[in-house]
Design a protein around this ligand. Structure first.
Ligand SMILES: Cc1cc2nc3c(=O)[nH]c(=O)nc-3n(C[C@H](O)[C@H](O)[C@H](O)COP(=O)(O)OP(=O)(O)OC[C@H]3O[C@@H](n4cnc5c(N)ncnc54)[C@H](O)[C@@H]3O)c2cc1C
Length: 447
């Protein structure tokens, strides 16, 4: 590993410190290694920990194995059109890191990062001592702190968990369950709970729901060729629109009408909890209509692309058939007595926030959001990688983060070049200092 110990001060020094060894940290390390940037990755748990212990037991990747991977390694034991189980995804990143001997140190948590005063670089407090680095890359994940909205009931009568804590149906008490949130997590968890025999209510907000596949191509392929993964920013007004896709049971299109036919009761966005009663907004029909619109618009774009390029892909007119509206959609429930409905638990699939409380630098706006351009923050030497929309729509996903990490590593290498510049007089001084006896020491300098 390219670290150097300052024995006098017992402070370890490194050029670039990457914090977090999920996919973002592993990708960062690969690109830094390729550019010979001395670096160290600190991970508080294990490589790809979130895939191991912070997601439910039956989770598989939302994208097919041919797509949800880094360019340098395929899943050798998963059908390319199949969906890798979460343990397999974690093993993939572990194997990937081994492939290039990534300098990852696990079981070390970064507690605090502060800029040095009057000298370059940062001082980093970790669970295992202090490190100094010229640069830090925060790769601690797009989904760090589970969000449960303030409307959540406070009375403690109902079991409440966030999707990050959900593991399997057996974990919940007997009785019906209200799943709140209709992104990929909410719909997959609701589906699993209903299939396990539970009565399920699913609170549906604004969502996109691309077809799993259309005309023999997975939606990941369509988003790729249509340039959607590369979209630089969210369309205005879509900040709260989640995406509902599923690789579960071999992969299928998320269809809320079909979930209702299966036995799940759809309700609108959850509005309030009062005296044992939950109320819902009257937006179910419009949220479902928005999802349909999104679904059909992708079919239209795909058809146009096929025609424009004269591709030989089979027609699929039946993909445009929309099921009849179920009763819960035509006559939506607006309020529900929890006890009467037998609801004993709530699963909040309401998303995550980031937490950079440990990063004490000037790289955040007044709302605490990282200020950066493609991951290069406003605080020189501080970088972010893996965040949603860091540079494009694909940024927080497996395939996208690799490309962002490449850009950031390049930026770091360029900065190192500036810092290593010496003018003529400095070069002369250095020459004078390097006697044949000490030359071998400077050859080995890593920082
Ligand atoms: C349920 C779910 C399913 C998903 N499925 C897919 C999918 O199928 N395909 C896809 O492309 N994307 C998927 N994603 C999105 C994304 O790929 C994952 O969220 C992925 O885990 C993000 O990787 P990351 O490396 O950016 O962050 P993380 O995986 O969150 O890794 C960050 C790492 O940093 C460590 N860390 C945090 N703080 C510190 C600290 N202070 N000191 C040291 N270490 C620290 C953590 O332990 C963690 O290991 C999914 C997300 C979720 C929530």
């Amino acid at each position: 590993m390219n670290t150097a110990k300052d024995t006098e001060m017992a402070i370890e020094k490194i050029d670039t410190l990457v914090i977090g060894a999920g996919q973002a940290g592993v990708a960062m390390s690969e690109h830094l290694s390729k550019l010979d940037v001395p670096h160290l990755v600190l991970e508080r748990n294990r490589i790809a920990e979130r895939w191991r212990t912070e997601r439910w037991d039956s989770l598989v990747a939302n994208g097919p194995a041919w797509h949800d991977r880094f360019p340098g390694l395929e899943f050798d034991d998963v059908d390319p059109d199949g969906f890798a189980p979460k343990e397999r995804v974690a093993a993939y990143f572990e194997a990937y890191a081994k492939k290039f001997n990534a300098p990852i140190r696990t079981g070390v948590e970064v507690k605090k990062v502060e800029r040095n005063v009057g000298r370059p670089g940062f001082t980093i407090e970790t669970s295992e001592g202090v490190i100094e680095a010229n640069r830090v890359v925060a790769a601690t994940g797009p989904f760090q702190r589970p969000i449960i909205p303030p409307v959540a009931p406070k009375d403690g009568k109902i079991t409440q968990i966030h999707s990050a804590e959900y593991r399997n149906p057996e974990q919940l008490p007997k009785g019906a369950v209200l799943v709140i949130g209709s992104g990929s997590s909410g719909v997959q968890i609701a589906d699993e709970l209903q299939r396990s025999g539970k009565q399920v209510y699913l609170s549906v907000g604004p969502h996109d729901r691309p077809p799993r596949a259309y005309r023999n191509r997975d939606f990941c392929w369509w988003l790729g060729v249509l340039g959607e993964w590369d979209a630089p920013a969210m369309r205005p007004g879509t900040e709260h629109v989640t995406i509902a896709v599923s690789g579960a049971r071999g992969g299928h299109t998320v269809d809320f009408r079909s979930l209702a036919n299966q036995g799940i009761t759809l309700v609108g966005m959850t509005k309030s909890f009062n005296n044992g009663e939950v109320t819902f907004q009257s937006d179910l029909a419009s949220n479902i209509a928005h999802g349909d619109e999104n679904y059909l618009s992708l079919l239209d774009a795909a058809d146009a692309y096929i025609e424009r390029n004269g591709l030989d892909l089979p027609e699929e007119p039946e993909a445009r058939n929309i099921l009849p509206d179920p009763e819960c959609l035509t006559n939506p429930i607006l309020e529900l007595d929890l006890a009467e409905a037998g609801i004993t638990s709530i699963v909040w699939a309401t998303g995550f926030a980031v937490d950079y409380s440990w990063l004490k630098v000037n790289a955040f706006d007044e709302k605490g959001k990282p200020r950066h351009q493609r991951g290069v923050s406003t605080e020189p030497g501080v970088y972010f990688v893996g965040l949603p929309w860091l540079s494009r729509r694909g940024s927080s996903f497996i395939w996208g983060v690799w490309h962002d990490a490449k850009y950031i590593a390049d930026h770091i290498a360029t900065q190192r070049k500036y810092f290593s510049y010496r003018d003529a007089s400095q070069r002369q001084k250095t020459e004078d200092l390097i006697t044949p006896r000490t030359k071998h020491l400077t050859d080995k300098t890593t920082v």
